[in-house]
Design a protein around this ligand. Structure first.
Ligand code: 2RA
Length: 342
């Protein structure tokens, strides 16, 4: 397949990381195009030592493109993805807009790479809190079939964008100086606080962020019998989401077996020495692509239960890395002929 690549939303936080990754990972391309809204169109960026002018995100911008990586909000994705698909592009969409549509594969390469073969022009990348969890679930599910998951998240402010991170730093400074801060991204102070709500109330006391973890997980594993009980919490951390994950499996999985399964799995690094005070944390997982697991232990309240701690960079594996990995699959020999447009 020809590799004329575009990044839609090239100047946002995740779009910037996508750009950096395409460069660092030496992504094969013939041409590369950077697309953004009116605010950034016309300005320039550097890529591989060359200066590129950012083009306007408009229908005809997709005329000579094969693969688009979309790092835009949902409403922008809803608008531009049909323009691209109508012109024969394959879109890797990081927004939430297309994830649960039946004809759109929702892909985490370590878990369900083969799902991309069925694409109809759009491949979705999951929400960050789901992505790191399913990577960690995969080897355990393959070995012992997961029946139930209880997950609590400790989500970084970067999940709410640059304004979220700014709220953390400015709000912390204001708190220490005993001043007021007008929070932009959160409805409560995030400095010196935790907020047990991410997203809006959807149903039965669960938020949109929590229900994403339920339904995206089932879709990725292709298994609607997996029960997921999530609680999503915003914490005063700049970047990297942490999660406590408790898995109930069809047969017991000992911590020793789990450690071996994690160590052998693609995309997972085990960081686990409680006596040495060694475990994954946001400050040792930042700017890295893997999913890090530690505190691996038996769930002492449940015969077939296993629990562990999981940290990952939500802007990388939770967004940019996953999208670039999907694009790499699309240009690989195995998948390059897959899928039909429309
Ligand atoms: C958050 N998961 O952390 C969201 C971002 N997609 O707010």
């Amino acid at each position: 397949m020809a590799k004329r690549i575009a990044i839609a939303g090239a100047t946002g936080a995740v779009g910037t990381l996508v750009r950096q990754m395409l460069e660092d990972r030496n992504f094969p391309y013939e041409t590369i195009t950077f697309l953004a809204s009116k605010r950034s169109a016309g300005s320039t960026i550097e890529f591989k030592g060359e200066t590129h002018t950012i083009k306007l995100l408009e229908p005809d911008a997709f005329n000579d493109i094969d693969i688009v990586i979309g790092s835009t909000p949902d409403d922008v994705a809803a608008m531009f993805v049909p323009w691209a698909v109508e012109r024969g592009c394959i879109v890797v969409d990081e927004s939430g807009y297309h994830r649960m549509l039946d004809h759109v594969p929702l892909v985490v390469p370590e878990v369900n790479a083969d799902a991309i073969a069925d694409h109809k022009g759009i491949i979705a990348s999951p929400n960050c809190s789901t992505t790191q969890m399913v990577v960690a679930m995969k080897p355990i599910h393959d070995a012992a079939k997961i029946k139930r998951v209880i997950v609590s998240t400790y989500q970084a402010t970067s999940g709410a964008g640059v304004k979220g991170q700014q709220d953390l730093t400015d709000g912390s400074r204001a708190f220490l100086e005993e001043k007021e801060h007008d929070y932009q991204a959160f409805s409560h102070p995030i400095a010196f606080n935790v907020i047990p709500q991410i997203g809006s109330h959807k149903a039965d006391g669960y938020t949109s962020e929590e229900l994403k973890m339920v339904y995206e997980t089932r879709k990725i594993f292709g298994d609607d019998s997996i029960q997921v009980c999530p609680t999503c919490v915003r914490v005063p951390v700049s970047n990297c989401h942490s999660e406590t994950i408790l898995l109930e499996t069809e047969r017991p999985v000992s911590p020793e077996e789990a450690r071996k399964l994690f160590e052998d799995a693609e995309g997972i690094t085990v960081v686990d020495d409680l006596d040495g005070g060694i475990y994954p944390m946001p400050n040792n997982s930042d700017d890295l692509d893997d999913v890090f697991v530690g505190r691996i232990r038996k769930d002492i309240s449940c015969e077939n239960g296993l629990t562990f701690w999981c940290v990952s960079d939500n802007l990388r594996k939770g967004a940019a890395t996953n999208a670039v990995q999907i694009a790499e699959l699309l240009v690989s020999d195995k998948y390059s002929a897959c899928g039909t447009s429309n």
